[in-house]
Design a protein around this ligand. Structure first.
Ligand code: 5RP
Length: 235
């Protein structure tokens, strides 16, 4: 018998810890990514066992929608509700102020809508996502309408960023988002002020949304493998 992959077990544990924060009769934002996928699975398990009742989910992507259906979580849309109680989502970088870079799965536009609406936004990451400063390890994803890719790239270069159109894996051509747009990944030497950069990027004509999330996180749950043992701690 092969031993369980400790990274997978750690992601499961942090997903389980986040799922445990969901209460009955709540509207839950369902994030995107490999870590959140476990939270969705465990919310489904809690519903199935009867421990949780009367939950509806708001998916942040096609992936989240498929997983929610697979694990039996009823879904709703933002047209049908007036608030979200709790959202659980992953991140690609987390700084000491709990600001994030998101969009590794090209879902940051819908994620930002749902996560920002939530009364409690819980982030689930592994320890490798913690950075002293945003932009240190991961480029900032910028969703752009297709006809504006070239001018947006030029504008980003003038800001000092290095833009790269995200290409598909096992699909020829660029990544197309759930909204039918493209993603430009932007590397900055340093991001001095994420609050300003988020606004500046979104002000470029043709940009739909970027992956900098500021002042919106309530709790960061961090999964780590220490001495071969998966652990979860709060930031
Ligand atoms: C998708 C995201 C994800 O939440 C982020 O990329 C983290 O994913 P993972 O848990 O697989 O590392 O922002 O757009």
């Amino acid at each position: 018998m092969t031993a369980a992959d400790p990274v997978k077990v750690m992601k499961q544990e942090v997903g389980k810890a986040a799922a445990a924060l969901v209460q009955s009769s709540s509207i839950v934002g369902l994030g995107t990514g490999s870590t959140t996928a476990y939270a969705i699975q465990f919310i489904g398990d809690r519903l199935k066992s009867g421990e949780l009742k009367d939950i509806v989910g708001v998916p942040t992507s096609f992936q989240a929608e498929v997983l929610a259906k697979q694990y039996g979580i009823p879904l709703t849309t933002l047209d049908a509700i007036d608030h979200i109680d709790i959202a659980i989502d992953g991140a690609d970088e987390v700084d000491p102020q709990k600001n994030l870079v998101k969009g590794g799965g090209a879902a940051h536009t819908r994620e930002k809508v749902v996560d920002y609406l939530a009364e409690r936004f819980i982030v689930v990451v592994d320890g490798g996502k913690l950075v002293d400063r945003l932009g240190a390890a991961f480029p900032v994803p910028v969703e752009v309408i297709p006809m504006a890719v070239n001018p947006v790239m030029q504008a980003i270069k003038k800001l000092g960023g290095k833009p790269e159109l995200r290409m598909g894996v096992r699909k020829a051509g660029p990544v197309i988002t759930d909204q039918g747009n493209m993603v430009i990944d932007v590397t900055f030497d340093t991001i001095e002020n994420p609050v300003d950069l988020e606004k500046i990027l979104n002000n470029i004509p043709g940009v739909l949304e970027n992956g900098i999330f500021v002042n919106c996180v309530d709790k960061v749950l961090i999964g780590e493998v220490i001495d071969g043992q998966p652990t979860v701690r709060e930031m």
